[in-house]
Design a protein around this ligand. Structure first.
Ligand code: ZN
Length: 162
């Protein structure tokens, strides 16, 4: 079982490297990431969250497992929606994050097939959250200044655990 990396580990701030090709190693990684996601009751997980700086994400919002590598957001709606989000790498922290309500993501799935995913609602949100991880972005980066001051003590506590 892979261990979930927690804030403020530096790998969470790195820009993840694109995957060169689908191979046995990537297949194993996707399966292990899925196991960790389910074990921790998450709806999504990005490879940097298990300490691997590669562009791989897995998610399941209740409609089955999906995985993508080298995902890229190619379209975003102007309309945004705000919702409270949590993150397995930031335990006990919830942040209201405003995001485009509809997006189109292009990437390769676990069968190495190029896919285009048109997403809205929770799926769009989880995809954006996980793709943020591949760019070193965390939900705390979206916190308003008021929310940030509330989060300060919780973040300090996490920083001490490192
Ligand atoms: Zn997260």
């Amino acid at each position: 079982m892979l261990t979930i990396v927690k804030y403020p580990e530096s790998v969470l701030r790195e820009k993840a490297v694109p995957v060169e090709k689908m191979d046995k190693k990537l297949d194993v990684l996707i399966n292990d990431m899925a196991d960790s996601m389910y074990e921790n009751d998450g709806v999504g997980l990005a490879a940097p969250q298990v300490g691997i700086s590669k562009q791989v994400i897995v998610l399941d919002i209740g409609h089955g497992l999906r995985s993508l590598y080298n995902p890229e957001i190619i379209e975003k709606s102007d309309e945004e929606e705000s919702m409270e989000e949590g993150c397995l790498s930031l335990p006990e922290i919830l942040v209201h994050v405003s995001r485009p309500s509809r997006i189109v993501v292009r990437g390769r799935n676990e069968y190495d097939k190029l896919v285009q995913v048109e997403a809205e609602g929770l799926l769009a949100r989880v995809l954006q959250h996980e793709i943020d991880h591949l760019n070193g972005l965390l939900i705390v980066d979206f916190a308003s200044s008021v929310a940030r001051s509330f989060l300060k003590s919780k973040l300090k506590k996490l920083e001490k655990n490192l």
